[in-house]
Design a protein around this ligand. Structure first.
Ligand code: PLP
Length: 449
């Protein structure tokens, strides 16, 4: 078992509070933020970061916080991971930007080669690089539409795909992502997901897929449908893992009906779930896979990777953007991928799952407010409910998260009902910090009974 985190970027690996949270410097910065930054840009914690590495974020007052958020699943290899820092430093000294569409460079090609090699399936593939997850999801839809000559897109209940106009249409939850921002892009249809905790744990994935596909066939029609877009484990929607058999059944239906299966692995990709990609768990091979977040150790980069014949169906010049595949982000991505492979972070994610689930299941055995413990790898969540029911308890969830923050543990919430506490530690975190964070959570739960 790994106990010593490999990449801590010189940050002492402990939790230590030297002020109340937020401390005076964070409070002063928050006043400046309120006066200067648009009110719509919220923050989970009122604490400003100064340094970060391993499993710790240090704030501007010198408090050391345990990081169970990874900047929303981004710093999987750790913050300022040494290989990433070195690669970016070398690249920034060579050139910062030429635009790949003007004078290309080899880092972009190397990232495309790596993604073609690592993503599920051994068919011929191509990759295109972008900046954000939402931008890559939009491009996957563009590619699927051109390749199939069809318009419609199917997404699922609880889905989150981003905040651009098309991806807002694809995202399920109104507040805060969509409210007041419409009208949204047309030809987006929503199908029911497999949600074992709410469907009854015994639900059969194939039966759930049949239910979803019936809706698709009756309300959309395969002859109109370009793509089915799905997160193999939903992120913002509540870390919902469909029942076994659901994804393979969708994939088989898509294949039989000339519909492009797009896996949105923006949150689940790059070792996060204890496989390199969450689709690997059931051997599902999507036609297109969208990646971002963990791909580049904190630099903005996203990608669409997929079957060569689909990707190459788009006319020359049809894909791109000024910054897509920026050289610094590409250098970071190559270093992040090297780190994942050299440090066996897929294996580390499985260890994190064992440790966290063992502790959380023990808490659940004692506390009926923990309705469900779920997720894979270092993407673990608890769903909080009124005891003995499936009625969501968003108030307890908010209170627990706020108390954890005050105690120096960064946790995030999610879920359509706002009642899911989610844990996304960087894989550079040590077991001791994970245990300490879970001790804090256990104490907080005990204190709210
Ligand atoms: C599954 C999924 N898709 C897309 C996105 C959008 O990514 P970005 O915020 O980089 O646009 C996210 C972000 O949380 C996500 O989790």
């Amino acid at each position: 078992m790994t106990t010593q985190p490999p990449s801590t970027a010189g940050v002492t690996q402990h939790r230590a509070l030297v002020t109340d949270l937020p401390g005076p410097r964070s409070r002063a910065l928050m006043e400046r933020k309120t006066a200067a930054v648009a009110a719509g840009v919220g923050t989970t914690m009122p604490v400003f970061a100064a340094r970060a590495g391993g499993g710790v974020v240090v704030d501007v007052d010198g408090n050391h916080l345990i990081d169970l958020g990874s900047g929303i699943a981004v710093t999987t290899v750790g913050n300022s991971a040494p290989r990433v820092v070195e690669a970016v430093q070398q690249q920034v000294a060579a050139f910062t930007h030429t635009c790949f569409m003007v004078t290309p460079y080899d880092g972009y090609v190397a990232v495309a080669e790596a993604l073609n090699r690592l993503t599920p399936g051994d068919h011929a593939k191509r990759t295109a690089l972008f900046n954000s997850g939402a931008e890559a999801v939009e491009n996957a839809v563009k590619i699927a539409r051109v390749a199939t000559g069809k318009d419609a897109v199917v997404v699922f209940d609880h889905a989150y795909h981003g905040r651009t106009n098309l991806t807002m249409a694809m995202t399920a939850k109104n507040m805060p992502y969509k409210h007041g921002f419409g009208p949204f892009a047309p030809e987006v249809y929503r199908a029911p997901l497999s949600y074992p905790f709410r469907d009854g744990k015994e639900v059969d994935g194939q039966a759930a897929a049949a239910r979803a596909l019936d809706v698709v066939e009756k309300q959309v029609g395969a002859e109109n449908l370009a793509a089915v877009v799905i997160e193999p484990i939903q992120g913002e929607g509540g870390f919902i893992e469909p029942a076994t058999g659901f994804l393979p059944a969708l994939a088989a239906w898509c294949r039989a009906n000339d519909v492009v299966l797009v896996a949105d692995e923006v949150q689940t990709g790059f070792a996060r779930t204890g496989d390199l990609f969450a689709c690997d768990h059931e051997g599902v091979v999507p036609d297109l896979i969208v990646t971002a977040k963990g791909i580049a150790g904190g630099l903005p980069l996203s990608a669409v990777t997929g079957r060569a014949e689909l990707m190459d169906a788009v006319h020359a010049g049809g894909l791109g953007g000024t910054y897509g595949g920026n050289p610094l982000a590409c250098a970071a991505a190559l270093a992040a991928i090297e780190t994942i492979e050299a440090e066996d972070l897929v294996g580390r994610a499985r260890e994190v799952e064992r440790l966290m689930k063992d502790r959380l299941h023990r808490l659940q055995a004692d506390d009926a407010r923990i309705g469900d413990v779920r997720g894979r790898g270092a993407m673990i969540a608890v769903e909080l409910v009124e005891p003995g029911t499936t009625t969501p308890d968003p108030v307890l969830t908010r209170e627990l998260a706020a108390a954890a923050h005050r105690a120096g543990v960064i946790v995030l919430t999610c879920g359509t009902y706002g009642n899911v506490l989610r844990f996304l530690p960087p894989l550079a975190i040590g077991d001791d910090l994970l245990h300490e964070a879970l001790d804090v959570l256990a104490d907080l739960l005990a204190g709210t009974r």
